[in-house]
Write a protein that binds this ligand. Structure first.
Ligand code: HDE
Length: 712
């Protein structure tokens, strides 16, 4: 993570946005027409206690604007958080692409990024078990490129035609509008169990990837196979990857549930606070490149978006870095109004025939029309490219530009033929000339039919603790389904991925894995009902494991921005406090003082220490680690408040690093920590560097099985 002052002056996009910023400091209140206003609290009435007059244009302007403040939320990805930043290229990849951002290492391309959950409404919790959107808008010198990706490398379905079904199944059930931001319900699993192509993305959603610790600690993927086009017009297939510098880390499901209550803005706040504190999140951009002639050398189809290319088979080459260094000035104007379109591309990049991508090329422009209300949505400040635009499109709702001249058509002579067509030498875009010789047909390619090999590869690649989380997630999600035949169908299809996994889930549900697909539901259930149809005779094992799929192999080298709760009361040992917190702060951790009350607490040497949160207002799930310094009086006060004991027990259960010095150790004796003294992430009277190392590990998952038994 970079730590420096925001560079707002050398970003063309930030400078461009400044043109539209409206300052209220030192200004007088006016109407939208500039009329100065001296009363905005009272309407115009016929007498002091009389009725309001129709004449009141001030009331009408204020109320009418308010009445129309809301726009439709995004149909998916409604809940999101955004930030500005820039992209820098390490080395030119001109062999593959002629795009300026991939060849010019001197450039700093401005970006705006929006992270999101998928299923929930705009006001839903950040910690839903869900895919996360990872949409990046690159404002390049050759026009805007949008890489509209997710934090998982595959998608649920293979053809855009099924997207409305998928979304209708996961969204709240239409009769009762329940549940909000949750896939754990009958309609979703009814659909999933009949649509086995979803199972790969589905098992990722059961994994820890679906409950990230932070947007800053998750990967991003373009998912589809795209093309890179070089100056000679040659094409290479490419998959895009974002790799977070802080590694990929998640919370546990128990925490996710509790965070949703304690702070449903947890991820939004985390992103804002990190950027605000100057800890700018960074991701490296990686590419997996496949030569044109190798298109058919894999056991899966590169055009099938439910398949990833294992990194063991095609390594990810790191080519550049994105840094987010500025929070938005206004949430609605920027994060809400930003419009991403996979169809926004630039010379040097092109599409493939992935049928999901092809459908997206239609859907995103279409959805902006109802969401933002006008074909002029590209004129909204956040959506404006940093390069000038000229064409013959005119008028429409909310036209902001004033196009000059007599002509709005091409060809013309009256405007000297302008805007004239760009020559290829001027950087014009042209589509890759792919040879197509085929019949028009509504079908699914046979090469898309293996639905089980990759979910199995994913599951095999996980560490034991990750496998346990997947098992628990299935038990939770299917346990929320009320129809036994849906649960049993799911057990059957999970068994096609991994028999042992299915047996464990079945045990949790108190059911048996059915022997055939017909057993759970002996009735007509549609064309996709026969699972065996979508399974190669034997599941393919083209790779035993892909280490990149497991979070056990991520980075564990930093405590930057880790939130450490320091529990103190009056009389705490300032020596212990300073010794530990100075060392942790030096490494970038954020120290948060939690005390029996708000305001300040007094140390043993009479110094006042500001309290960040009174225990009544906070929860242990909001922190990464806990420290208790010495101080007799302080520890006695903490012992006296039951919530401190719960706080520590919860941190222990969630496998977090815990430290205490001197009398602080006594407080831990009153908790379950007393049974975990041999645990490497329990640091009693140890050096701050030992504690820091434990925090950098994110969690001590080895504790998990024993810690599960802690009753909090
Ligand atoms: Fe989207 N998706 N999607 N999607 N998607 C939208 O566009 C759609 C898909 C993704 O922060 C919508 O502007 C279809 C894959 C992100 O503003 C909508 C299909 C991937 C965002 C839409 C897909 C995504 C969206 C709703 C199947 C990962 C949020 C609002 C063919 C590669 C962008 C909007 C933001 C948003 C349609 C599948 C990612 C309705 C039809 C695959 C990150 O147009």
């Amino acid at each position: 993570m970079a730590k420096k002052k925001p560079e707002t002056t050398n970003s063309k996009k930030i400078d461009d946005l400044k043109r539209f910023e409206v300052e209220t400091k030192d200004t007088v209140m006016t109407t939208n027409q500039g009329l100065k206003v001296n009363d905005t609290n009272n309407s115009l009435k016929s007498g002091e206690r009389g009725s309001t007059l129709l004449e009141d244009f001030l009331l009408r302007e204020k109320i009418t604007h308010f009445d129309h403040e809301r726009i439709p939320e995004r149909i998916v990805h409604a809940r999101g958080s955004g930030a500005h930043g820039y992209f820098e290229l390490y080395d030119s990849i001109e062999n593959y692409s002629k795009a300026g951002i991939f060849t010019d290492t001197a450039r700093k391309t401005p970006v705006f990024v929006r992270f999101s959950t998928v299923a929930g409404s705009k006001g839903s919790t950040d910690l839903a078990r869900d895919v996360r959107g990872f949409a990046v808008k690159f404002y390049t010198e050759e026009g805007t490129w949008d890489l509209v990706g997710n934090n998982m490398p595959i998608f649920f379905i293979q053809d855009a035609m099924k997207f409305p079904d998928l979304v209708h199944a996961v969204k709240p059930e239409p009769n009762k509008e329940i549940p909000q931001a949750a896939s754990a319900h009958d309609t979703f699993y009814d659909f999933i169990s009949h649509t086995t192509e979803t199972l790969h993305n589905q098992i990722w959603v059961m994994s820890d990837r679906a409950i990230p610790r932070s947007f800053r600690m998750m990967e991003g993927f373009g998912i589809h196979t795209f093309r890179l086009i070089n100056e000679a017009g040659e094409s290479h297939f490419v998959k895009f990857h974002w790799k977070p510098k802080l590694g990929v880390h998640s919370v546990t499901w128990d925490e996710a549930v509790k965070i949703s209550g304690a702070d449903s803005d947890f991820h939004r706040r985390d992103l804002w606070d990190a950027i605000d504190a100057g800890h700018f999140p960074e991701w490296e951009l990686g590419i997996q490149v496949v030569a044109q002639e190798d298109e058919h050398k894999f056991d899966f189809d590169l055009l099938d978006p439910t398949k990833l290319i294992p990194e063991e088979m095609v390594p990810v080459q790191i080519i550049g870095k994105m840094t987010l260094n500025k929070n938005p000035e206004n949430f609605f104007a920027e994060t809400e109004q930003v419009a991403f379109l996979p169809g926004h591309i630039i010379p040097g990049i092109d599409f493939t025939n992935d049928p999901l991508l092809q459908g997206r090329l239609f859907s995103y422009r279409d959805t902006q029309l109802s969401r933002l209300g006008s074909p002029n949505f590209h004129q909204i400040p956040i959506n404006r490219p940093i390069v000038p635009t000229h064409n013959n499109q005119r008028d429409g709702h909310m036209q902001m530009d004033v196009p000059k001249g007599q002509t709005a058509y091409f060809p013309n002579s009256l405007s000297g033929g302008c805007p004239h067509l760009a020559k290829m030498s001027e950087g014009a875009f042209t589509s890759y000339e792919e040879r197509i010789d085929a019949k028009k047909i509504r079908t699914r390619s046979e090469s898309f039919s293996d639905h089980f090999s990759q979910p199995a590869l994913f599951y095999r690649s996980l560490a034991d603790w990750e496998k346990q989380h997947v098992t628990d997630a299935y038990i939770f999600e299917l346990g929320k389904c009320t129809h036994q035949h849906i649960q049993e169908r799911m057990l059957y299809v999970i068994a096609q991925i991994d028999e042992d996994l299915s047996q464990k889930v079945a045990k949790g549900l108190g059911l048996k894995v059915p022997k055939s697909i017909d057993e759970p539901l002996n009735q007509a259930i549609g064309a996709d009902a026969d699972v065996s149809k979508f399974q190669p005779p034997k599941k393919k094992v083209y790779l035993e494991k892909d280490p990149a799929l497991s979070q056990a192999n991520t980075k564990f080298n930093s405590i930057v921005t880790r939130q450490v709760a320091v529990l103190i009361g009056d009389g705490f040992s300032m020596k212990d406090f300073k010794n530990m917190t100075d060392a942790l702060k030096k490494e970038g951790a954020m120290i948060k003082v939690v005390a029996p009350h708000g305001g300040t607490v007094k140390s043993d040497n009479g110094q006042e220490q500001k309290v960040d949160a009174a225990i009544a207002t906070t929860e242990s799930v909001l922190y990464d680690a806990v420290y208790v310094p010495g101080g007799k009086e302080s520890v006695a006060a903490l012992k006296d408040t039951a919530k401190f004991i719960k706080f520590i027990n919860e941190a222990l259960k969630h496998c977090k690093a815990i430290a205490a010095d001197h009398e602080g150790v006594e407080l831990l004796e009153a908790t379950y920590v007393s049974e975990f003294k041999d645990d490497p992430a329990v640091c009693l009277n140890s050096d701050p560097s030992t504690f820091a190392k434990a925090i950098a590990q994110h969690r001590n998952w080895k504790r998990m099985a024993r810690a599960e038994k802690i009753p909090v």
